[in-house]
Design a protein around this ligand. Structure first.
Ligand code: IDP
Ligand code: MG
Length: 149
């Protein structure tokens, strides 16, 4: 099964949207196998967003993501990476469709509530960056027999 890294960013935590994000993931049928609240430190933030290090929004982005606690998750399921990206919606919430997390709860790109890995390679890197091996679980969910053919 595929794994992806998902984060409720500081604005999502501050605005009380953690439960909404978790609830959508659970109801979709995806399985949360690790979850924690933690304040991302500067070094980790720079590593997480290093592909954007030459962009004008990089420094404000590091400041935003380290500004208060985030909630990090590892989510498991068939096609979990693509599904989480589509549940989050477009990076710019103005472009994000209603029904997506960003399309329902956000206004600006720089405060877009959630993160999800964009590829298998990124997911592997982001999971290793934010979690130790001992922090995740393996279990079956009872509804898996109904979710998968
Ligand atoms: P993604 O989060 O949908 O993968 P990326 O293009 O990888 O989008 O950008 C990473 C994050 O950087 C975005 O989620 C957003 O928080 C921030 N960001 C991207 N572009 C801008 C911008 O033009 N202004 C402010 N923040 C931005
Ligand atoms: Mg990205």
């Amino acid at each position: 099964m595929e794994h992806t890294y998902v984060m409720v960013k500081p604005d999502g935590v501050q605005r009380g949207i953690i439960g909404e994000v978790i609830s959508r993931i659970e109801k979709r049928g995806l399985k949360i196998i690790a979850m924690k609240m933690h304040q991302i430190d500067e070094e980790t933030a720079r590593e997480h967003y290093k592909e954007h290090s030459d962009k004008p929004f990089f420094e404000p982005l590091v400041e935003y993501i380290t500004s208060s606690p985030s909630v990090s998750m590892i989510v498991e399921g068939k096609d979990a990476i693509k599904i989480l990206r589509s549940m989050n919606g477009a990076t710019n919430p103005v472009e994000a469709h209603p029904g997506t997390i960003r399309g329902d709860f956000a206004i600006e790109t720089g405060r877009n509530i959630v993160h999800a890995s964009d590829s298998e390679e990124t997911a592997e890197k982001e999971i290793a960056l934010h979690f130790n091996d001992s922090e995740y679980t393996r279990y079956s969910r009872i509804d898996e027999v109904c979710l998968y053919e």
